[in-house]
Design a protein around this ligand. Structure first.
Ligand code: FES
Ligand code: FES
Length: 151
């Protein structure tokens, strides 16, 4: 066990955990931030995507000891009222089917638009490539990212 001071969704959080604990479990089990989902556990599906500073990362393969002073943002912290442009576009296009992958999809899309506000089709494909959707909502995801880029 070790003590970590983390900045999560703009709040300081102190917790005692094994340094190897993946952030996914810190968020879900220790902080009850369960919007971040467990899919594969091996950085292959994107369900667990969060932001470290403004970059999309897979929290299932991110040990708490690697976070340091970087800002962690989860789907709960993306916007105060659920009105981030990506969230608004997701509603407008009615993207989700079962919903399981969607928090991760939204976090990847938000990170893309932060760095590239007007992405090309290829840039969208590249950024979203690692987020798998078993329901096959890819066409609507792409459409929503384009919509979000205009909001
Ligand atoms: S659960 Fe992390 S990438 Fe699948
Ligand atoms: S909406 Fe069902 S897995 Fe993506």
């Amino acid at each position: 066990m070790a003590t970590f001071n983390l900045n999560i969704n703009g709040k300081n959080q102190q917790l005692d955990v094994d340094p190897a604990t993946p952030m996914l479990w810190v968020l879900r089990d220790h902080l009850n931030l369960v919007g971040t989902k467990y899919g594969c556990g091996i950085a292959q599906c994107g369900a667990c995507t969060i932001h470290l500073n403004d970059t999309a990362v897979r929290s299932c393969q991110l040990p708490v000891s690697a976070v340091g002073e970087q800002k962690v943002t989860t789907i709960e912290g993306l916007s105060e009222n659920g009105d981030h442009p990506v969230q608004k576009a997701w509603l407008e296009v009615d993207v989700p089917q079962c919903g399981y992958c969607q928090a991760g999809q939204i976090m990847s899309a938000a990170a893309l638009l932060k760095k590239t506000p007007k992405p090309t089709d290829d840039e969208i494909d590249g950024a979203m490539n690692g987020n798998i959707c078993r329901c096959g909502t890819y066409v609507r995801i792409k459409q929503a990212i384009k919509t979000a880029s205009t909001l």
